[in-house]
Design a protein around this ligand. Structure first.
Ligand SMILES: C[S@@+](CC[C@H](N)C(=O)[O-])C[C@H]1O[C@@H](n2cnc3c(N)ncnc32)[C@H](O)[C@@H]1O
Ligand SMILES: [Zn+2]
Length: 331
């Protein structure tokens, strides 16, 4: 944890300011082992392996704990980087562009392995803070610790230890995995200062009925409950179907007659969107869909209401890959 992060942190219990103490190991300006204590309520939070720890994992409800355990495993296994992440990320947060980040204080709700935190730091954010509940923070910290303007914290999105000083907050692929997605959205939005901006990307209910009907029961009863190490192997079979279909059918057909034929293929927009990825990334995507204990599929109407609830202005809500909703607005 870099000293300069302190000015944006606030006690998640009372909002008081935090003080750094008892640093027993450091590297450059990173405190690797130490403690943060609240000047007001005296709550204490450890810093271990360079990461401030605000989430008491042993006190989490069972569903949140299972989500954190499974995604923690996922992002400590699938640590690869991919050139295509930048375009994929921009697809999730459009109309935001790389120039938008320049000199902004940015907060990412649910940073996973830190691939977007890294991009945002590269794109010139003044500071970017990636927060995640799970052990994915270990991978995120390793991937970003060399960047002066990137910070990783372990925290629950419901209880973010952040002052209301954020210029832009975003959350990609996280809110729908919370017990209450709307509550996570409100919590993230509450950290954006007046006039700042917010982006959220969530699974849509529309066009995903086949998932909620056939895949979700299997995910809830079986694949999210088995050992992730076993799921790693089990998920190779559906990945093989997706991989062969995208490489041998979707990509070639989308190049024929301006995509006029491919348009009629099942789930064409989404499968085409992931068709450029290699085996490892497609395996990550399939695994990701099967490992989550909780996944909500959110109808457009409900998503629109979230933005009204925070009185956002200039709101843009768009249908992405014909299976999900991306929203952007001023808070
Ligand atoms: C599908 S991953 C997406 C990660 C990242 N946004 C990305 O696109 O690479 C969902 C992430 O949400 C995190 N998460 C789940 N519940 C959370 C919570 N209550 N607070 C913060 N993060 C949470 C998980 O640990 C996981 O890393
Ligand atoms: Zn406090």
């Amino acid at each position: 944890m870099r000293q300069r992060l302190l000015q944006y942190l606030a006690c998640p219990a009372c909002g008081g300011s935090l003080e750094l103490s008892g640093v027993t190991a450091s590297h450059g300006d990173h405190a690797l082992e130490g403690e943060l204590s609240c000047a007001s309520c005296k709550a204490r939070f450890s810093i271990t392996r360079g990461i401030p720890r605000f989430a008491a994992l042993e006190k989490l409800d069972a569903d949140k704990a299972a989500t954190a355990a499974n995604f923690g495993w996922q992002w400590q296994h699938f640590t690869q980087e991919d050139q295509k992440y930048a375009d994929q990320f921009l697809g999730w947060i459009a109309p935001v562009t790389p120039e938008f980040f320049k000199d902004k204080i940015v907060l990412e709700g649910g940073c996973g392995k830190g691939r977007h935190t890294h991009l945002v730091a590269d794109w010139g954010a003044k500071e970017v803070i990636g927060a995640d509940l799970s052990a994915a923070v270990e991978t995120a910290f390793a991937a970003t610790r060399h960047l002066d303007n990137a910070h990783i914290i372990q925290a629950d999105i419901y209880h973010l230890p952040i002052k209301k000083e954020i210029d832009y907050a975003f959350s990609v692929g996280v809110l729908h995995h919370l017990p209450d997605a709307h509550r996570g959205f409100l919590s993230l939005a509450s950290k954006v200062k007046p006039g700042g901006h917010l982006s959220a990307w969530v699974y849509g209910a529309e066009n995903n009925e086949w998932i909620t009907r056939w895949v979700s029961p299997m995910r809830e009863r079986l694949t999210s409950r088995i050992n992730p190490g076993a799921l790693l192997h089990v998920s190779k079979l559906p990945t093989a179907f997706v991989y062969l279909a995208t490489k041998l059918i979707y990509r070639p057909l989308n190049r024929v007659a301006g995509g006029a034929v491919a348009r009629h293929l099942f789930y064409n927009n989404y499968l085409m969107a992931i068709s450029g990825f290699g085996w490892k990334e497609q395996h990550t995507i399939v695994f990701d869909h099967l490992v989550a204990p909780t996944a909500h599929y959110i109808p457009r109407g409900a998503f629109e209401q979230w933005w009204r609830d925070i009185d956002a202005t200039d709101v843009s809500i768009q249908w992405h890959n014909k299976n999900s909703w991306r929203g952007f607005g001023r808070v």
